[in-house]
Design a protein around this ligand. Structure first.
Ligand SMILES: Cc1cc2nc3c(=O)[nH]c(=O)nc-3n(C[C@H](O)[C@H](O)[C@H](O)COP(=O)(O)OP(=O)(O)OC[C@H]3O[C@@H](n4cnc5c(N)ncnc54)[C@H](O)[C@@H]3O)c2cc1C
Length: 419
């Protein structure tokens, strides 16, 4: 027995890890589905997650039919959570999680052990950094992830630069291109290595086109220059192998480079608990109850897969919370997974990866490249089970496809493809 195991364990029916939009929706749903003993743990000193730094509007168009800012969207859920008298522990970090659902948590250095009947993982994402993508060159100041710059500007009131270049056309970078322009900076350009934007089309229009900020596709940063402060970057076009084409290299003067090159789900706890991870999403493998491969451990939100809209985070997390409450209250009964779901031609990933077949379900998926006027088709050993016709399919936009329970009758292995 080590020192930590001597700490007396508390018991909770459902513990939710993370107080962003996913954790908030999961905790609320768990309580509304009959679980009176829910604890929400959040490492920050306030609830709301990353939404607290997203002060632009556009959140909640589906859920509330209103264009809310990030804090306004989070506030709707926090008020509901408080109204339901759900216990929260802010300023508290979950340090470890075992396969039998024992959590070690720390509040200002004080350790607690909590045994939970069910755990919902909702830890969100962190951003990929310069180190993660290995850009050559010097190490001057002035290179930020877009989210770090968003935090400095929106929460600390610190202007991070005046002449800005952005690498990557992910949504956070696009939002920051507009934000910095509105604060008086000159945004030279956004450079994207792919032949298409990795951000939502509405953000390309509203954040770049409306402000005459150019987007250069098939282009990447090849070198960072500057002693002390960033003085500029070299950019070059890339070929179909994404390698820079030497004679296209040019210098772009700037004092600030923002990186918007992808998000990494924060799955350290998930791995520690022995949960199977999908190599494409970098999130847990889940069934149609959002339960992972470890019974009683559920996953939702950006830690499960990176979402385009927070509305879908809330919808999926509410289901995860409801099923966690059901699991905790039912003597930990699990549903049998009878149907596997795999991505086929043109589909990068699809989720959940397994279905029980005893309830209707919604598949979430992303395509590999942009298409026009195509269908997403679900087949079971060649037999069509569901189809969704779409005018436009884009890798930046998550696609949701409903399947009725009757359609799942007799199915054993579903494949989801672009047809
Ligand atoms: C930097 C950044 C900026 C973004 N900006 C936008 C935007 O402008 N517009 C937009 O539509 N979407 C934006 N998004 C996407 C948006 O974050 C998601 O739609 C949504 O917030 C995901 O909700 P979540 O609850 O899964 O994750 P989060 O909002 O990230 O919440 C996760 C929470 O878990 C907590 N946590 C993590 N680990 C632990 C632990 N071990 N113990 C306790 N607590 C823990 C974190 O502190 C955090 O509060 C942004 C994402 C990022 C990363």
């Amino acid at each position: 027995m080590n020192g930590r195991e001597r700490i007396p364990a508390e018991h909770r029916s459902v513990v939710v890890v993370g107080g962003g939009p996913a954790g908030l929706a999961a905790a609320i749903a768990a309580k509304e589905h009959g679980c009176d003993d829910v604890l929400l743990v959040e490492r920050d000193h306030i609830l709301g997650g990353i939404l607290n730094q997203c002060i632009h509007d556009g959140f909640g168009l589906h859920t509330f039919k209103e264009a809310l800012s990030g804090p306004e969207y989070a506030d709707r859920f926090i008020r509901k959570l408080r109204g339901l008298h759900i216990e929260t522990a802010e300023g508290t970090i979950v340090l470890s999680l075992s396969p039998d659902r024992v959590l070690e948590v720390s509040t200002r250095g004080a350790l607690r052990r909590i045994e939970a009947d069910a755990v919902v993982l909702a830890m969100g994402c962190r951003e990929r950094t310069r180190g993660a993508i290995s850009i050559p060159g010097r190490r001057p100041s002035g290179v930020y992830t877009a989210g770090a710059a968003q935090n400095f500007m929106n929460l600390e009131n610190i202007m991070v630069g005046r002449n800005v270049a952005i690498l990557g056309s992910g949504d956070i970078g696009l939002i920051m291109a507009r934000r910095m322009t509105l604060e008086g900076a000159r945004v030279e350009a956004v450079f994207e290595i792919l032949p298409y934007s990795s951000g939502l089309p509405r953000n390309i229009q509203q954040c770049l086109n409306d402000y005459n900020i150019p987007l250069f596709l098939n282009t990447t940063v090849t070198e960072i220059l500057g002693a002390g402060r960033l003085e500029g970057i070299k950019v070059a076009q890339v070929g179909s192998d994404r390698a820079p084409i030497c004679d296209t290299e040019r210098f772009v003067p700037c004092d600030t480079l923002l990186l918007s090159v992808g998000l990494i789900p924060e799955n350290e706890l998930t791995r520690e608990a022995g949960v199977a991870i999908d190599p494409v999403t970098s999130g847990a493998v889940v069934d149609d109850r959002f339960m992972t491969s470890v019974p009683g451990i559920f996953s939702c939100g950006n830690v499960l897969h990176v979402h385009d809209l927070v509305d879908w985070v809330s919808v999926e997390a509410a289901q995860a919370g409801a099923f966690a409450a059901e699991y905790a209250g039912s003597g930990r009964r699990t549903a049998e997974r009878t149907i596997s779901v795999v991505p086929g031609a043109g589909v990068r990933y699809t989720l959940p990866q397994a279905l029980s077949g005893d309830q209707a379900c919604t598949l979430s998926l992303r395509v590999q490249e942009p298409w026009r006027d195509r269908s997403v088709v679900v087949t079971d050993n060649g037999r069509e089970v569901a189809r969704k016709r779409m005018m436009r399919l884009h890798p930046a936009e998550m696609i949701r496809l409903d399947i009725a329970v009757e359609a799942l009758s007799g199915c054993s292995s579903l494949e989801v493809s672009v047809g």
